[in-house]
Design a protein. Structure first.
Length: 292
């Protein structure tokens, strides 16, 4: 059995660790609320944008827009955007995203498609540097509060490459925010752009718009906006998912520290009791020896 002094030292160490993990849990909880609000704020705009594009889209108009072209022929090239976090202490959050990216990379390369890898976040960059995998671009400056400008900086060069035929597809791997404890890695294809369908909507009455200057001019502005919005939502959802994953990981660490403390304190009490009993026995034995 460990000595009481050593047990006291271990108890103090675990108590200090529990204070840190508890503080990190509270900070992540506070940030999660703000991140959730950003996710919810993006959804009405994205839904309205998708609805308008779905109403304006027609196969005749689609032939005039490069963002709607379908790749043909062999020798294709694809771009993959992986979104991870800059920080850890979030359980398997980043590992799951990286695993999904590796799976998709292997799948594309086995099919003969060359892949340009674009990575957001220190954790993803660190992994692929260690794996000696070339990266077309790296971003570590986005952090926990992504903006529409960040999304535009990331996706505008990819849209230009797609329009010129330098790449035939653009995929994004991000953490979909379903709840604080459900953040599965998700693969989203943002190019070629698939116009939002009207599935599930009753076709009872066609939508009539007064279009100025024309449907073609409006789509020319809305299609790039829609692609940027898709990537912006991926950034926002990953940021919220990270806060949820970190809160869960820190709560589990705090609970585990409490369990360890209970065991250490019981062990300490038993060791202290045994020490006191031994001291009393030595005193009684010494007294009896003096009397004898």
């Amino acid at each position: 059995m460990a000595q009481p002094r050593e047990l006291r030292r271990r108890i103090k160490s675990v108590e200090s660790t529990r204070k840190i993990t508890r503080t990190m849990e509270l900070v992540a909880t506070s940030k999660l609320k703000r991140a959730q609000d950003r996710v919810l704020a993006t959804r009405p705009y994205a839904a309205a944008l998708a609805e308008v594009i779905g109403d304006l889209y027609s196969p005749e108009l689609a032939e005039r827009f490069p963002l709607l072209r379908r790749p043909t022929g062999a020798g294709r090239r694809s771009a993959l955007v992986l979104i991870t976090s800059n920080r850890g202490l979030s359980g398997p959050f980043n590992a799951n995203l990286i695993r999904e990216a590796r799976r998709h990379l292997d799948q594309l390369e086995r099919a003969g498609t060359a892949v340009d890898l674009h990575v957001v976040g220190k954790k993803g960059i660190g992994y692929f540097r260690f794996a000696k995998r070339p990266m077309a671009s790296q971003r570590i400056d986005i952090g926990d509060k992504p903006t529409a400008a960040h999304a535009a900086e990331l996706v505008d060069p990819l849209m230009r490459q797609f329009e010129t035929g330098a790449v035939d597809a653009v995929d994004v791997i991000y953490a979909q925010f379903k709840s604080a404890i459900s953040t599965p890695p998700t693969l989203l294809r943002i190019l070629p752009l698939v116009p939002p369908g009207r599935a599930g909507r009753a076709p009872a009455r066609p939508t009539n718009y007064l279009l100025r200057p024309s449907a073609e001019a409006i789509l020319e502005r809305l299609l790039p906006l829609y692609v940027r919005n898709q990537l912006y939502r991926a950034l926002v959802e990953t940021a919220a998912a990270f806060q949820g994953a970190q809160r869960t990981a820190m709560k589990n660490a705090t609970d585990n520290a409490g369990d360890i403390l209970d065991v250490l304190r019981r062990t300490y009490n038993r060791a202290r009791q045994a020490q006191i009993t031994q001291e009393l026995a030595e005193i009684v034995g010494g007294a009896e020896a003096l009397q004898g």
